[in-house]
Design a protein around this ligand. Structure first.
Ligand code: BGC
Ligand code: NOJ
Length: 821
């Protein structure tokens, strides 16, 4: 069953009923001010950091779901038809009164919710203008009936007292600190401005207000919810001023509409920061200085300025997405690649794993391994910003080459809040750096001086950071010569040194073993891949003596994998802290894991001697389902002290045999490494969200973005997705499809075109911007093969090999490729 449809031409997903299985969200903002917005205008906003600068509140585990957010109510003041309700929400929530018509369009950086109730139609467009720290709610009301309509419009937002964690917990203080100001109809939220904050939030409107409220319980009335505020029911606000308790912004505007008439009201919710020395006006008072803000408000209260800002946002997204467009025989691949995948990757660029419907914005910041992997996907969209991200990540690296697991976006300082000692973390930085270098050719990056742990005076060249990252693994080898796993590797839940038997103790921060025995085969694969990238980087940087050393390390690691990491038909996953294999035929449960099959084959292991094929055949036989490829089999049926969080999940969920989508593209890439384009693409289709639209009642998450997880076949809800939007699945699915299946792959010397496609395709075309040139690529497949370039022409001239040279003149170029035997 579907709840909406793709409007490919307008680049929107159209939701046709408000009661989607879960809130289906979109993101507003792409620079500093961000918001999540659901199809019923739920969600919340923040400035840079969802934890430390939260503007509005949200209750994740609320019932009903998603009931607070950007609230608008309409109320009939005059006579009304008997079928008309007294008041309703034009976005359905929070009142949830049935609407006669409803449609939500999620587009690139904006959402439009349209509805009709009786003779009143409403359209609300939400977006964040480029370069601004505010969001616009652009409301148009039309009276399509035959008699005049007299309406009250109420808008409301519940302010968060900035630190979202403290706001949820520290009531003894927070119920006394709330402060607001109301001036010229603008509501200012200024809690803690009197002391150390230089920022405040505001809620403004383009119309004169009939009244306002800023104290939540006055607006709602005691013991009432947002679905039936007393002020809306009675049609009267109280002009309340919050002193402590729960500051809100609620505005009341009166509107009279003749038959056929429409009107537009613009609401502005924003964040403003004053220079430290200019906080108050007049100086010495406790009154906010609004001088710098007023021109911004005046500007965006004008509809034509709002229109210009909206067009500029569209042009921004056009520019980004035009860097890579494809036309393949598969409409689902086209739709996702040309629009939603790029768009989702930008959400992961902006927010890493910080704020989504499943990430509270409190728990996690910018993940080291997460953002490093996301960068593999978004680097071609925003190379300059990717460079900055790389340097920020590297600046949190520790002097021993290790890494904090995350940093806070506002401070850019690493922290151990969600654990430390994940031994894979530093290696991903090498992959990210290589991707950036190949995309841009910007060798100077490697000489950038970057500190360790954000400490001035510790700077070394980035190249040295990368070397230390590799060294970090070599300094931590276990009994089989394989990398020690530490707290965990990519799989946060494979906690082989945790041994926790205390209820509620975090698997992510607990370690009861010294960690000198448990090893990871996956990490060995990742090390090999990172070393190969490091060899490429060293060559590119003319560090030839280093290449020898890296090659030696590669050979030794390969030997270790073949000696201890191969199980006969697939790669083992790890060795536990007793030195016993994990992910082996010897195990009762968890005999085969997906991660090492993907990673080791991506690193080239076993391709020549057939063991890669054997491993991938085992994946196909034991892990593949119609909903995607499982993380492991058989699922762990009980809790194992020596395995940790992985066995804490009921079978089929998350890391315990869920379909962890992030890992599926590794298998797709591995399949292309052995030339099986049909299977690679088949796997791609299984997790492509557009193909899952048909089963939205099962899948439940948004059909336009990847989710982290789809319940595995051991789960009662096999096929149900969770944790959409902020997941490495977006970047990896893009990399697998564009670089390995379509085979358009940036390399140091140029753009490689070496597809591995389904044999049934007669070809495809693509347009790719690369180092200031734009390539129109046409691939033909007259012989129906998967792989093998028989001929390549650049601007009509035969070119040897499969790499389009990077040093062609700037401008447009055509590339024609013929696949064949
Ligand atoms: C989840 C992992 C996540 C980890 C760290 C675990 O509970 O299962 O997917 O990476 O927490 O936040
Ligand atoms: C989600 C985390 O964000 C990611 O870093 C981790 O690799 C996966 N879970 C697997 O545990």
């Amino acid at each position: 069953m579907r709840y909406g449809r793709f409007d490919d031409e307008n680049r929107e997903y159209v939701i046709e009923r408000p009661d989607t299985p879960l809130p289906w969200v979109n993101y507003l903002g792409c620079e500093a001010y961000f918001g999540l917005i659901s199809n019923t205008a739920g969600g919340y906003s923040f400035y840079r950091d969802a934890r430390l600068r939260r503007i509005s509140r949200f209750r994740y585990n609320n019932a009903p779901l998603d009931a607070s957010g950007r609230m608008i109510y309409l109320r009939h003041e005059g006579e009304r038809e008997t079928s008309d309700p007294l008041f309703w929400s034009p976005a359905w929530q929070p009142v949830r009164r049935p609407l006669d018509e409803y449609e939500c369009r999620h587009g690139l950086g904006y959402t439009v919710i349209r509805s009709r109730q009786g003779a009143i139609t409403s359209s609300i467009r939400y977006f964040v203008p480029l370069g601004e720290s505010l969001e616009i709610w652009d409301l148009t009301l039309t009276n399509i009936g035959g008699r005049p309509a007299h309406l009250s419009v109420f808008s409301a937002i519940e302010f968060c007292l900035w630190d979202a964690w403290d706001d949820l917990t520290n009531y003894q203080r927070n119920l006394s600190t709330g402060e607001v100001e109301v001036e010229d109809g603008v509501i200012y939220h200024k809690t803690e401005y009197r002391e150390r904050r230089n920022h405040f939030a505001y809620f403004a409107c383009s119309r004169p207000l009939a009244g306002f409220d800023t104290q939540r319980e006055v607006f709602l009335g005691p013991y009432r919810g947002w679905d039936s505020p007393a002020a809306v029911e009675s049609g009267r606000v109280s002009n309340s001023i919050a002193h402590g308790w729960q500051p809100i912004g609620a505005q009341h505007v009166r509107v009279d509409l003749q038959p056929g008439e429409d009107t537009r009201i613009i609401f502005l919710l924003g964040y403003h920061e004053n220079p430290a020395g200019e906080k108050f006006d007049p100086p010495g008072s406790q009154t906010l200085n609004k001088r710098h803000l007023r021109p911004v408000l005046d500007h965006y209260r004008q509809p034509e300025k709002v229109e210009t800002a909206f067009l500029a946002l569209g042009a921004y997204w056009d520019g980004l997405l035009s860097r890579f467009q494809v036309n393949t025989p598969d409409e689902h691949a086209n739709r996702i690649l040309n629009l939603w995948n790029g768009y989702q990757m930008m959400a992961t660029f902006n927010l890493s794993r910080a704020a989504s419907s499943f990430e509270s914005g409190i728990g996690r910041g910018i993940g080291f391994r997460d953002s490093s992997q996301d960068l593999l996907g978004f680097v071609h969209l925003v190379p300059e910003r990717a460079r900055e991200r790389l340097l920020d990540l590297a600046a949190t690296q520790l002097p021993n080459g290790g890494a904090y697991h995350q940093y806070q976006p506002l401070t850019k300082r690493g922290n151990h809040d969600i654990g430390s000692g994940f031994n894979d973390d530093p290696l991903w930085l090498i992959l990210a750096a290589a991707a950036y270098l190949k995309e841009t050719g910007d060798v100077r990056l490697l000489d950038e001086r970057v500190p360790y742990d954000g400490t001035p005076g510790t700077e070394t060249a980035l190249y040295e950071h990368l070397q230390r990252a590799l060294r970090f693994t070599l300094d931590r080898l276990g009994p089989h010569g394989l990398p020690l796993i530490g707290r965990a590797d990519w799989n946060d839940c494979l906690n082989l040194n945790c041994f926790s038997d205390t209820p509620g103790e975090s698997f992510q921060t607990t370690a009861n073993r010294d960690g000198n025995v448990a090893e990871s085969v996956f990490l060995a694969g990742l090390f090999l891949l990172a070393s190969q990238e490091m060899i490429g980087i060293a060559r590119f940087h003319h560090r030839l003596p280093d290449v020898e050393a890296f090659l030696l390390a590669v050979r030794e690691m390969e030997n270790a994998v073949w000696k201890a990491g191969w199980d006969g038909q697939w790669f083992r996953r790890a060795f536990d802290s007793f030195g016993r294999p994990v992910g082996s035929q010897e195990c009762d449960e968890g005999q085969i894991f997906i991660e090492p099959q993907g990673m080791c084959v991506m690193a080239g292991l076993g391709i020549v001697d057939g063991r890669a094929r054997a491993a991938l055949d085992s994946v196909a036989a034991r892990l593949a389902t119609s909903h995607g490829i499982l993380l492991l089999q058989p699922a762990y049926s009980r809790y194992y002290l020596h395995l940790g969080e992985i066995s804490s999940y009921p079978p089929g969920y998350k890391e315990n045999a869920g379909i962890f989508c992030h890992t599926n593209p590794w298998i797709m890439i591995a399949e292309t490494k052995i030339g099986r384009g049909d299977l690679a693409f088949d796997y791609y289709r299984r997790i492509n969200p557009s193909l899952r639209e048909e089963i939205s009642d099962l899948h439940r998450c948004e059909p336009y973005v990847y989710a982290q997880m789809i319940a595995g076949r051991d789960a009662p809800s096999h096929g149900e997705a969770k944790n959409s939007w902020l997941t490495g699945s977006a970047a990896w699915a893009h990399v697998a499809m564009t670089q390995w299946i379509l085979g358009i792959r940036p390399e140091y010397e140029g753009l490689r075109i070496d597809p591995c496609i389904p044999s049934s395709w007669d070809g495809f075309s693509a347009r790719r911007t690369f180092r200031g040139r734009t390539f129109q690529i046409v691939v033909r497949n007259p012989d129906g093969v998967c792989q093998g370039v028989a001929e390549m022409k650049v601007d009509g001239v035969d070119v040897p090999g499969v790499v389009v040279p990077a040093d062609l003149p700037e401008g447009d170029h055509s590339v024609e490729v013929r696949l064949g035997r």
